[in-house]
Design a protein around this ligand. Structure first.
Ligand SMILES: C[S@@+](CC[C@H](N)C(=O)[O-])C[C@H]1O[C@@H](n2cnc3c(N)ncnc32)[C@H](O)[C@@H]1O
Length: 473
């Protein structure tokens, strides 16, 4: 007897198209999670997993640029192209323009196969063939200069594409739109950065966001030293070196290799970017203190606070999302920490927190939900989720959480506020408003980090002190 035939295994390109379609359609879907889940479900080998990651993140990173190129080579108006066909076209164009290892024939033929609607295949095929035929791709040292910025696209530091017709906005008339298209960022966001930081700094942020992010881990000093960690990771075949901070290590291996390593499973380190690593030490924590972390999950900073206090403080880690707190619970177990208690609660209404611990805290941390505009290299899907209306909503939420945080700080204690945003509404303006509302607060330190070559993510932190009440003689 013959059973029904096994459904064919989806190709890596088909998986990529499906993930991109979902990430665009549903707000809570993150590319990282989906790539990981698909790799596990389809039992992808290392090579296919890398190709899937490259395709999904490559398309997300260069999406607006790809759309401009595709729109210029399509007879159908780009807005009228269906969402699934758009994903297939972006995948095909990404391979043609950015991936040297994929022959154009395979990039087109294999990508056309992922189009579900057979009637749409000739259209997708035709547009990709036009891109392949008309776009002149040459090594950068063959660029003789003189091409219009509207017809030229530099790919990394080795290759340039020239287009027969203008593809991008004219930088002379609209610099922000031109940069947004060439570096694939939301035009609104780029216009804000150009106005605030100038063209050169904006180009630097944009270029940094184009590069795959670096992977840093924080040494768990309760269990090991940096030297021992480097040795342990290297003994498992993981290439790594000193980071820029005393407690950081730069890992030059895929994240999946790191989290599968014995050193990681034994709790010798935690994945955390170097900009994020700078916040907890600024809170000057010590053993015996009461510490409140109001937006704690997945707990990179909470576990850092526990390690800095030698696991001898009392830390309450609050987050609205129980599922995200599960990640913190896993880290607590992996790192072997005992001083952290987790609690699901809304930080804008801290009555629940007050009911559990009525006493104020020596230290309070608010690592607020934000637009993520400082970490777009790591979270490219946040690019097309950015809009000013959402920014206003986030700023209102941050203000409410900060008001509760202030209320929970013991006089004489410290409050840290941090985000991975570059936007003043989410950073300096929040802090200025809080300072204006409370005369007993003073600013100890604040720092905005812009994404830059050789540095970590972008982000902001401020340390505020609640002055101790004066005792009358
Ligand atoms: C930037 S993340 C925190 C990252 C974390 N501090 C770390 O270092 O790993 C912001 C967190 O705030 C949480 N959050 C958002 N709104 C909240 C609210 N109203 N009350 C409590 N937590 C909230 C989100 O669930 C998210 O986990």
């Amino acid at each position: 007897m013959t059973g029904s035939p096994k459904p064919a295994k989806p190709s890596v390109r088909a998986l990529a198209a499906e993930i991109l379609f979902d990430v665009h359609r549903r707000v809570g879907v993150f590319a990282h999670d989906r790539v990981h889940a698909a790799s596990v479900a389809e039992k992808l080998n290392k090579r296919d997993r890398r190709f899937l990651t490259e395709l999904v993140f490559g398309v997300l990173r260069h999406e607006l640029t790809l759309d401009c190129v595709l729109a210029a080579h399509s007879d159908t108006k780009w807005d009228d192209v269906g969402p699934r066909n758009k994903e297939a076209l972006r995948l095909g164009a990404y391979q043609l323009l950015y991936l040297d290892g994929v022959p154009p024939y395979a990039a087109i033929h294999e990508t056309v196969q992922v189009v579900r609607d057979a009637r749409a295949r000739p259209f997708v095929n035709g547009v990709l063939r036009a891109v392949d035929r008309k776009v002149n791709r040459v090594p950068i040292d063959e660029d003789r200069g003189g091409a219009s910025a509207r017809k030229r696209l530099q790919i990394g530091d080795k290759k340039v594409c020239f287009f027969p017709e203008p593809v991008f906005a004219d930088p002379e008339t609209d610099l922000a739109l031109h940069l947004a298209q060439v570096y694939s960022h939301p035009p609104e966001l780029v216009a804000r950065w150009v106005a605030r930081h100038g063209e050169a700094a904006t180009r630097e942020i944009l270029a940094k966001n184009h590069q795959p992010p670096q992977l840093f881990v924080r040494v768990n000093r309760l269990k090991t030293t940096r030297e021992q960690l480097l040795e342990a990771l290297r003994s498992e075949g993981i290439t790594c070196g000193d980071g820029n901070l005393d407690s950081s290590v730069l890992v030059e291996a895929p994240p999946t290799d790191l989290v599968g390593s014995k050193a990681f499973r034994d709790g010798l380190c935690t994945v955390q970017d170097e900009t994020a690593m700078q916040v907890a030490p600024r809170l000057q924590v010590s053993a015996g203190q009461l510490i409140l972390d109001l937006c704690a999950a997945p707990g990179g900073k909470t576990t850092h606070l526990a390690e800095l206090t030698k696991d001898n403080a009392t830390i309450l880690a609050v987050d609205r999302e129980d599922e995200r707190l599960d990640k913190l619970r896993e880290s607590i177990a992996r790192l072997g920490l005992k001083s952290i208690a987790c609690m699901v609660a809304d930080a804008t209404a801290a009555d629940a927190v007050k009911a559990v611990t009525p006493a104020p805290y020596d230290r309070v941390l608010v690592d607020a939900p934000c637009s993520n505009s400082g970490v777009l290299a790591r979270r490219p899907e946040a690019k097309f989720r950015f809009d000013v209306a959402h920014l206003t909503e986030l700023a209102a939420l941050q203000k409410r959480i900060l008001a509760q945080a202030y209320d929970r700080v013991f006089p004489g204690g410290l409050l840290a506020y941090s985000t991975c945003s570059l936007e003043p509404e989410e950073n300096e303006e929040q802090v200025r408003e809080l300072l204006a509302a409370h005369a007993d607060l003073e600013l100890v330190e604040e720092k905005l980090t812009l994404p830059a070559q050789g540095a970590g993510d972008g982000g902001y932190f401020a340390i505020l002190k609640r002055k101790a009440a004066k005792i009358r003689e």
